[in-house]
Design a protein around this ligand. Structure first.
Ligand SMILES: [Zn+2]
Length: 539
């Protein structure tokens, strides 16, 4: 058989992408559960995308004396990995590489079964022989390279176009099934080995470096009534859909009627996903200096507040605190949700207020309670609210955005904001109660990042920060201070209102504003970044 190098590369790409990835395609089909022609078309488009992507890489390697060894190596490794995925339903990630290298010979022999030998012989060795005996019609060096580059480019463009054409479905399936990419052979193994080579070990918290060791509370602040600040960390809430910020729909009917509520209108997030924003806002590093591993290796705002003698509690109704709450008392309300964000029986965010009053009253010295909401976590927005909050309808009662209109998706999203409005209003009512019982209180609500709802064809979030549209980075921030707290801290309400209306702010301000509210003295505190500072009477 005589083939051109391009045809051979394309054949092998298709073979690996389709045949050796049967486990991937079966898993994808189970997730999408295709019924309509459109859904089958989506799967077909994804298959074509994977073939094109593989072909793009293999085209570049289509060089004399290189092509055949590369193809044989890819087919043999892919077949071996495919066997394990098929047989054990496992996934391949950086921890797999770690485990493989830790495995001793006896354990490895356990895995060497006749089925593996037969599987690899049939799906790896036989195709490898075919590759080896195929005659390739090589052209001169220069035309070969030019041909390779142009085929690689065309394949890459085709893959990009296919992703673009199915973007909404593509993003919703991939985001909700982050593990899916670890089933795709051989890119999963390549990515895992590369990640292992860079980090040398699975990502775990390194030694934690102390920060703010000089932190102590101003003597004048100690001995007064305890001050408790409830810091509500929102999820996927974007500023534009809050009627407090001018949204055309009434999504904040309750907060709009509460005295002392201020909505900061020009606030931006540090990242565009939880994994970046959450550690960033507590790190005090600022968006410019922040890196996940850097923040993980040092103490954060909560540690410093504790060092100053205050209590800290983290209540989580979501998938955990991304390392931020290590070292502080933590209550996980949504264990079920941690296993699968979309199972039935999820607790809605009002559960964060259960027994909260008692927890506040128990804080003798005062301190911080962080409430980590499920908020507007997508794509299953409709699952975030109790049925009585489905005011905007028709909703999108599916995780598959393609089966809904944009209007339905926005309705479902707006219902989550309406529900958040309710939860925050209930929280403020609770804090008023507590104030009457001798504790000064304040609430700060801030979302972790925004969300795209079809603008520019984008959905959900997670775009690289530098490219992210404002929908993903313009976030709501809402404060409420009990009148006594305003007095105690000498905050001028008018000034706070002006600040909220006109001054730009960001996650970078949170660290310093919280230190300022508790009058914690440390060299890390930067009064310029404390957004309340300018409104406090100088003493
Ligand atoms: Zn998030």
């Amino acid at each position: 058989m005589i083939l051109s190098p391009g045809s051979l590369a394309l054949l092998v790409s298709a073979y690996v992408a389709i045949v050796l990835n049967i486990a991937f395609w079966m898993r994808l089909t189970a997730i999408v559960q295709p019924q309509s022609a459109t859904q089958w078309l989506f799967i077909a488009a994804l298959a074509a995308t994977v073939v094109a992507a593989f072909n793009s890489v293999l085209s570049l390697l289509s060089l004399r004396r290189i092509l055949k060894p590369v193809l044989i190596a890819i087919v043999m490794t892919s077949a071996s990995i495919a066997h394990f995925l098929w047989e054990y339903g496992t996934a391949i990630d950086v921890n797999t590489v770690h485990n493989v290298l830790e495995t001793d010979a006896a354990e490895a022999l356990d895995l060497l079964t006749w089925r593996l030998v037969a599987f690899v012989a049939l799906l790896g060795f036989v195709p490898s022989i075919l590759i080896a005996i195929t005659q390739i019609s090589w052209r001169a060096a220069l035309p070969t390279v030019v041909g390779n580059v142009s085929r690689a480019a065309m394949s890459a463009v085709l893959a990009a176009l296919l992703i673009f054409a199915t973007f909404a479905d593509f993003v919703s399936v991939m985001r909700e099934n982050r593990g899916l990419a670890t089933v795709l052979v051989p890119s999963n193994a390549i990515a895992a080995v590369a990640k292992y080579a860079v980090t040398k070990e699975p990502v775990v918290a390194a030694k934690v470096r102390p920060r703010g060791e000089d932190a102590r509370r101003d003597a004048a602040a100690v001995g007064a009534r305890p001050l408790v600040t409830v810091l509500v960390v929102g999820e996927t809430a974007r500023a534009a859909n809050f009627s407090l910020n001018g949204y055309k729909r009434t999504t904040n009917p309750r907060l709009a009627g509460i005295d002392g509520v201020e909505s900061f209108k020009h606030v931006t997030s540090c990242g565009t996903d939880t994994a970046h924003s959450l550690p960033c806002m507590f790190s005090g590093l600022g968006q410019d200096q922040f890196a996940v591993h850097r923040a993980a290796g040092q103490e954060n705002l909560l540690d410093i507040i504790r060092r100053a003698g205050l209590d800290v509690l983290w209540r989580d109704n979501q998938s955990g605190c991304k390392g931020v709450c290590r070292g502080v008392e933590t209550e996980l309300l949504n264990r079920q949700a941690m296993l699968s964000l979309f199972e039935a029986g999820e607790r809605h965010d009002e559960a964060l207020l259960d027994g909260l009053e008692a927890r506040i009253m128990a804080m003798r010295e005062g301190g911080v309670i962080v409430l980590h909401m499920m908020g507007s976590h997508g794509p299953a927005y409709y699952k975030r609210v109790p049925p009585s909050f489905a005011s905007f309808h028709p909703v999108c009662a599916s995780r598959q955005f393609s089966s809904c209109t944009r209007e339905q998706i926005v309705n479902s999203y707006d219902n989550t904001i309406l529900y958040t409005d309710h939860v925050l209003a209930e929280l403020i009512a609770l804090l008023r109660q507590v104030t009457a019982n001798g504790v000064d209180t304040a609430m700060i609500y801030v979302s972790d990042h925004g969300e795209s709802l079809g603008e520019k064809g984008l959905y959900l979030h997670g775009m690289p920060r530098a490219l992210a549209p404002k929908e993903q980075t313009h976030i709501p921030m809402i404060t409420w201070f009990a009148p006594r707290t305003l007095q105690r801290l000498g905050i001028d309400g008018e000034c706070l209102h002006e600040t909220a209306e006109a001054r730009p702010a960001s996650h970078d301000n949170l660290f310093h504003t919280m230190l300022g509210l508790f009058e914690i003295r440390t060299a890390l505190y930067d009064p310029k970044l404390d957004i309340v500072r300018r409104c406090r009477a100088r003493s």
